[in-house]
Design a protein around this ligand. Sequence first.
Ligand SMILES: [Zn+2]
Length: 89
Amino acid sequence: MPKVKKIPQRMCVGCQEMRPKKELIRVVRTPQGEVEIDPTGKRSGRGAYICPRLECLEKAVKGRRLERALQRPVGQEIIQSLAEGLKGQ
Ligand SMILES: [Zn+2]
């Protein structure tokens, strides 16, 4: 492993690769139990991370990995808005 500065790394729920947190989209389960996208990455709650790539989103959806990571069902509207956000990039 090459020496790198301490950049917080998180695993993408799609491709399951470790990436710098900043490059990933965070999805959070709020303390109220709602699943929401967290563009700032700063909201409290249990988070799951995903690369901003449709490919990863598809994998995460197919494998139900987002649900598993958040321990909550993830609504279609969340998937939808993630997909929309990705298209804009
Ligand atoms: Zn990924």
